[in-house]
Design a protein around this ligand. Structure first.
Ligand code: COA
Length: 532
């Protein structure tokens, strides 16, 4: 074993200050998570309860095996938009009858559970996760369908929801719909496209057109029950496979359906793993409040991997990127962690080699981000930084082992790409509250804009407004800063959630377990042309 030594001094004032800053950010994060939990607010929650219905998260809880965790995904979806935080949908991974499943639940207390553009993005992301990891999908349905005022944003792309359901089914990944209420018009295709359908008596409403629309279209007088009630679908149309007498019965039946799926994981449980040698609590004090101050990511690795055991690869070469082998909850991982912020040619080549090795050995990769990007300047351009950065991006793009990304600090510029940012399809990507991500840092971006504006004025022979420049710089800096923050990025679904650093090992362990439901094989070749 190669146990990492820690030089962290838990009594140092820097650590205490970092910890304070992180706790402040976590308190802000908690307040935003609370908004998602509150759903449509007390008025709608109370009305929902008075109707004798369970809330979305209560439905999820009753579906799961008792005392098992639920890894909720994208709880901050729609943050910073006009829509309620959480986007009227709950998604996450949990265990039902011993089977890890991808679960979604409409939140009917938020605009009748209608889907807005962020709900759609969140639902599609959930489907992607299910497909990549071969997780059965359970949709707990009660939704007013498309959020009508935003229909132009969702109607056309929204068709992918039903396409995904049938593609999951075609791939042999089970899909289950439990209908608790409205599931009409387009929404009717959720049960319509699912492998297994359960409907709740006198509650489920599944029809292409409700009574008013039918009256308009054909003149026929009808009612909800005869058009799309659970009784009718269970006895007459055959769309419902199971008739539930109430919500709890529906969840019980859903558990029985999962118990009979015979869904098998590709890999067995790796068994018990040794915890890290250092306290997870110390993760709060590692990232400095000011991201320009570097920190040693080995202090993070030591607090998340099994037994703090880490065998570093090329430790003396390309030292601003730490690479090495470890295990996390018993699963082998290759770790790439930014050590000094900037990526140089050596780091890029080392990363490309390391990623190829992980592919040869079928080892998943964990990217721990704290990078300001690839090095600029004539010396580095002449040294081939573009082609070396391209090698790393090539390796990340064509790698076929599962990737996990955690944004601990900075994740700027092409460094975000090389470290497997969102566009590079990591199986899961989480951010710490200390993370920031943008094309470059706010000061740099404002400075670049100012230089460009100055040159443009000079080219036109106009005087440059220095006072206006200062104001513009301040405004741009503030805008970019706010757009770089994790809540903003999480609101746009650019990650799968902002997590407490102390939960990192648990979250990654759950992800690795989910990942090992599907077989994977590293790329033995199949990379693009590596420019030498
Ligand atoms: N788009 C936008 N807002 C919607 C909506 C939708 N599809 N469905 C409901 N809402 C809003 C309502 O306007 C209401 O807003 P308000 O409280 O500010 O007035 C709020 O959500 C709650 O709706 P309400 O009708 O009071 O709730 P309910 O639980 O009694 O009924 C539905 C829920 C979904 C059955 C009912 O609202 C409905 O039939 N909606 C339209 C469904 C539809 O035709 N969708 C198009 C499908 S593609």
């Amino acid at each position: 074993m190669t146990v990492l030594a820690s030089s962290l001094d838990p009594t140092s004032p820097e650590l205490a200050a970092n910890r304070e800053a992180m706790l402040t950010k976590l308190a802000e994060l908690d307040a935003e998570h609370a908004k998602a939990l509150a759903g449509g607010g007390p008025k709608y929650v109370e009305r929902h309860r008075k109707r004798g219905k369970l809330l979305a998260r209560e439905r999820v809880e009753l579906l799961l095996d008792p005392d098992t965790p639920f890894l909720e995904l994208s709880p901050l979806a729609a943050w910073g938009s006009d829509y309620t935080v959480g986007a009227s949908l709950v998604t996450g991974i949990g265990v039902v009858e011993g089977v890890e499943c991808l679960i979604t639940a409409n939140d009917p207390t938020v605009r009748g559970g209608a889907s807005n553009p962020w709900s759609l993005k969140k639902a599609l992301r959930a489907n992607d996760i299910a497909l990549a990891n071969r997780l059965p999908v359970i949709n707990l349905v009660e939704s007013g369908g498309a959020d009508l005022p935003s229909q132009k944003e969702i109607f056309i792309p929204g068709g992918a929801i039903f396409r995904d359901l049938t593609r999951l089914s075609a791939a042999g990944i089970p899909t289950v719909a439990v209908v608790f209420g409205n599931s009409t018009a387009g929404g009717a295709y959720v049960p319509g496209m699912s492998d297994h359908v359960i409907m709740v008596k006198e509650r489920a409403k599944v029809f292409l057109g409700g009574p008013p629309l039918v009256k308009m279209a054909t003149g026929e007088e009808s009612d909800d029950e005869s058009l799309g009630g659970a009784e009718m679908h269970a006895r007459v149309s055959g769309l419902a496979d199971y008739f539930a007498v109430d919500e709890r019965d529906a969840l019980r039946q859903a558990r029985r359906v999962v118990a009979r799926l015979n869904h098998r994981k590709a890999y067995g449980d790796p068994g018990p793993a040794q915890p890290p040698k250092y306290a997870a609590d110390e993760l709060l004090g590692i990232v400095p409040g000011d991201l320009r101050t570097p920190f040693d990511p080995r202090e993070v690795i030591a607090r998340i991997v099994d037994a703090s055991d880490f065998d570093e690869f090329k430790p003396l070469y390309g030292t601003s990127l730490a690479t090495g082998w470890a295990a996390l909850h018993g699963y082998p991982v290759g770790v790439l962690a930014n050590a000094q912020g900037v990526l140089f040619s050596e780091e890029s080549q080392k990363a490309a080699q390391f990623i190829q090795l992980a592919n040869q050995r079928d080892i998943p990769l964990l990217f721990l981000h704290n990078t300001t990007g690839y090095m600029v300047g004539s010396q580095y351009e002449q040294g081939g930084i573009i082609k070396h950065g391209a090698m790393m991006i090539n390796a990340v793009s064509n790698s076929r082992v599962p990737h996990l990304s955690v944004l601990m600090g900075a994740s700027y510029g092409a460094g975000h790409y090389g470290m497997c940012g969102r566009a590079y399809d990591p199986r899961f990507l989480f951010a710490w509250p200390s993370a920031k991500s943008a094309v470059m840092g706010p000061q740099q971006l404002a400075g670049v804009l100012s230089i460009v504006a100055r040159q443009s004025a000079a080219a036109k022979g106009q005087p440059y407004d220095e006072e206006g420049d200062a104001a513009l710089r301040a405004m741009v800096e503030q805008q970019i800063e706010s757009e770089s923050l994790p809540m903003f990025l999480s609101g746009r679904l650019y990650d799968d959630g902002v997590i407490d650093p102390r939960d990192t090992r648990t979250v990654l362990g759950m992800c690795l377990s989910a990942i090992h439901t599907a077989p994977y094989e590293g790329a033995r070749g199949g990379f693009g042309v590596f420019r030498m």
